[in-house]
Design a protein around this ligand. Structure first.
Ligand code: NAP
Length: 281
């Protein structure tokens, strides 16, 4: 039986374990807390579990599904247990360049990946089937990544029902800065700006009237603060590049409205209406 290792039995790791187990892989799960390992075993999410990385010695491919900060230290701790230098190791972190640059130096058969799936929940209890169906799975090889590692990961990603995309870690980070990380800070800025309203009557009424428009635009800014800090910390350069650019675009709208250029404003908004589907299909 082919063996797959999963480190970090949370939303992504647990969901991956469920899918691969169903496909016939023997799933070896390692997590930080013994309680999590126990739950994963009881729920049939993994076949074997441990808090000790030595469990993964015979795995053919290992997915590191810990929070971003733990990915590199986890790989460093894992390496001494591996006998086969061709064991494929991948991660699922939502930022790629800082992780891939370091991990591929530590392990030749390392290939970065980012399954762009998720829910607002976290931890082993949030693990679910079909999480990856119809979502994007980005694979970020470097020039030196063995083709065999890329192909094997792609095959697994396709088997999850994901659409596979390939790019460099740097291009990945710049692209997700635009569509995932920048929106968090625009949205957080919106909530913060509203809270800055000085007139108590206005803010009280605004809170009562807030409905679908505010719900859509404030959702990602009012989410898990830990994730927002991680994005900013690990994708700092690309996020700042997008934020500075965004500030200019906001200034442009201010300019159009201040100078009452209604025709230009209308033209711009029409262009945005046409372009939005090019992002969302
Ligand atoms: P999560 O639900 O919190 O799961 C992470 C799990 O890792 C935790 O449940 C924890 O399990 C375990 N863990 C923490 N530190 C560990 C360590 N040092 N060694 C072993 N296990 C450790 O988080 P997640 O949402 O699955 O995110 C995991 C990774 O997926 C992150 O790198 C994130 O960037 C990436 N990602 C997330 C999403 C998303 O939407 N959530 C989407 C794509 C990619 P214990 O219970 O044992 O402490």
């Amino acid at each position: 039986m082919r063996k797959v290792g999963i480190i970090g039995l949370g939303l992504i790791g647990g969901s991956l374990a469920l899918e691969l187990g169903e496909q016939g892989w023997q799933v070896l799960g390692v997590s930080r807390q013994a309680k999590t390992c126990q739950i994963a075993l009881e729920k049939g999410i993994v076949h074997q579990s441990s808090t000790n990385l030595s469990l993964l010695q015979t795995a053919e491919i290992i997915f590191i599904c810990t929070p971003l900060a733990a990915i590199i230290p986890t790989l460093e701790d894992l390496i001494p247990y591996l006998n086969n230098p061709q064991t494929i190791i991948t991660d699922v972190g939502s930022v790629k360049a800082p992780i891939v640059n370091q991990c591929s130096q530590l392990w030749h058969y390392f290939v970065g990946g980012h399954p762009m799936a998720g829910t607002a929940e976290q931890g082993i209890e949030a693990a679910q089937k079909n999480l990856f169906v119809g979502t994007s799975y980005v694979i970020t090889p470097t020039e030196k990544t063995p083709l065999e590692a890329v192909e094997k990961l792609a095959k697994i990603a396709l088997s999850l029902g994901s659409n596979v995309h390939y790019c460099t870690p740097e291009i990945h980070d710049r692209a997700v800065a635009w569509i995932s990380h920048l929106p968090v800070f625009i949205s957080a800025g919106l909530i913060d700006a509203c809270l800055g309203e000085k007139d108590p009557q206005v803010i009280t009424l605004a809170k009562k009237l807030a409905s679908s428009g505010f719900r859509d635009t404030s959702r990602v800014g009012g989410g898990n603060p830990e994730l927002g800090v991680m994005m900013a910390k690990y994708n700092r350069e690309s996020l700042l590049r997008s934020l500075y650019d965004y500030r200019q675009h906001l200034d442009y709208f201010i300019e159009l409205i201040e100078s009452q250029q209604w025709e230009s404003l209308d033209k711009k908004l029409q262009q945005m209406q046409q372009e939005r589907p090019t992002f969302l299909g």
